[in-house]
Design a protein around this ligand. Structure first.
Ligand code: NAD
Length: 450
């Protein structure tokens, strides 16, 4: 392992490939195409475009009395299997192409996890860290009112994502409920606070599911030098909802979490980080950086640390063609959505690094969101044990079918291997093939209207 001092001096990732979300979505779909020749011609093409995109602009009166205009998006990628489902993201760099990519990931994720939803995503272009709670509430409420009846319990159901949380979802619910009084509207949004019809286990679901998926993969897939999580070294980028829960689960399983980060930088201790102390330090200082007993490093250097399992759990496109050759993990687990670009995917594959794709690794969130939706429609409240055991079954099943399909596709590789030279067969492709086949089956059963 390089010394931490050396790593912390690494320059930030410069000169990376142009990361275009549309190209990422297209390339991943293209990789699956050679394995989908048996489907109705043209069917896969319908999945390239979102079903519906909505862009809204709205004014909000700020605390200082000025008026600021915000832009928001809501995209439904596909509704073949059920209503649209997907998170709301508040971030200054959000754009429509990215929301379309994220909505398509939700389509694949729901199909793969056997959750009866289609894919959707949305958000507001804003810097939530610079907004007061009152301003955030105004932004949320006005955004939801602009969306009007384009969201609803049976049409499109939002949830939390980057820089939104249970409080944001409570405002979404309240705004919709005021606009539709007299109904049971709880199922319009998931990830709500428990007292408002939220589900036990929803906050932890994505991190927990990510851990279970990793555990299952490590047990059942041949990863060179990684047979168990016990004693495995783990590096996690992002210490928010997903990253923090995943970190605790890995540590509970006997893994050693050696590095963590947030938007301000990373910390490392090769003997293992005290996670409770890290959480306390972040609460007190707003960042992990400076935690006693750890050394600081940049987020870029953190990704390049030698470890068994690397878990990007923050932003998209963190591993690209510029740094993929410097990744020193045996397994990369995509807790975040789309943290690896297609070019990086290829480089990691060639270097024998396994990738557990996002549509498996972070499906726990939408699975428990589905449980929350069911509870809301039935006015029920399930026990945490019941929820977690149902989650475990669904996650294990998703990992198992992806491994099985990968093995089958590998064995049936076409006679002309050069045909696939640019499209390496990895777990992402196997997962996508299953998801698209499931969608195709439902399209065939329903027929294409009219
Ligand atoms: P969060 O807002 O709770 O936490 C995000 C974390 O990332 C924070 O620690 C933040 O400091 C860090 N971060 C932000 N910018 C960074 C940067 N440039 N470099 C390094 N770290 C940075 O968000 P979350 O809910 O934990 O979501 C994390 C990822 O997981 C996102 O990609 C999201 O789409 C994905 N995801 C979340 C859920 C869910 O249920 N919350 C479900 C599926 C997928």
């Amino acid at each position: 392992m390089e010394s931490v001092e050396e790593l912390s001096n690494h320059a930030p990732c410069m000169g990376a490939e142009q990361v275009d979300p549309t190209v990422i979505a297209e390339t991943n779909l293209d990789c699956a195409l050679p394995y989908l020749n048996h489907l109705q011609p043209g069917l896969v093409e319908t999945l390239r475009q979102p079903k519906r995109t909505i862009t809204v602009s709205f004014p909000v009166e700020m605390d200082d009395g000025s008026v600021q205009v915000f832009r928001g998006y809501r995209v439904v990628h596909n509704r073949t299997i059920g209503p649209g489902k997907g998170g709301l993201r508040f971030h200054p760099d959000l754009n429509l192409a990215e929301v379309c990519l994220l909505a398509s990931l939700m389509t694949w994720k729901c199909a793969l996890s056997d959750v009866p939803f289609g894919g959707a995503k949305g958000g507001v272009v804003c810097d939530p860290k610079s907004l007061s709670q009152r301003e955030l509430q105004q932004v949320t409420r006005r955004f939801v009112s602009e969306l009007g009846d384009n969201i609803g319990p049976y049409t499109d159901i939002p949830a939390p994502d980057l820089y939104t949380n249970a409080q944001t979802m409570a405002w979404v619910y309240d705004t919709y409920d005021v606009m539709h009084s007299g109904n049971n509207n709880r199922a319009v949004v998931t990830g709500k606070p428990l007292s408002l019809g939220g589900s036990a286990g929803r906050t932890e679901a994505t991190g927990l599911g990510c851990f279970h998926a990793t555990e299952r993969l490590v047990e059942n897939f041949q990863i060179e030098g990684l047979k168990t999580l016990k004693g495995a070294t783990v590096v996690i980028q992002g210490f928010g909802n997903v990253g923090a829960v995943a970190a605790h689960k890995f540590a509970e399983a006997g893994a050693i979490v050696i590095a963590l980060s947030d938007s301000q930088g990373g910390i490392v201790n090769e003997a293992g980080i005290d996670l409770d102390a890290a959480a306390e330090h972040k609460r007190e200082h707003g960042t992990l950086v400076g935690l006693p007993g750890t050394l600081s490093l940049t987020n870029e250097a953190l990704l390049e640390l030698e470890c068994d399992v690397l878990v990007p759990a923050a932003m998209g496109a963190q591993i690209c063609n510029h740094n993929a050759a410097n990744i020193h993990a045996k397994l990369v687990v995509e807790a975040a959505n789309s943290p690896i670009t297609p070019a990086a995917d290829q480089i990691l594959g060639e270097r024998g690094i396994t990738v557990l794709p996002d549509i498996v690794a972070n499906a726990g969130g939408v699975i428990v969101s589905y449980f929350e939706w069911l509870q809301n429609l039935q006015n029920q409240s399930w026990e945490l044990d019941e929820i977690n055991s149902k989650l475990l079954k669904k996650i294990y099943r998703a990992v198992d079918v992806v491994i099985e399909r990968w093995q089958v596709l590998q064995a049936e590789a076409p006679a002309e291997p050069e045909e696939l030279a640019d499209f390496p067969l990895n777990l992402r492709t196997a997962a996508l093939v299953i998801a698209i086949e499931r969608l195709a089956e439902v399209v065939e059963q329903r027929g294409i209207w009219p």
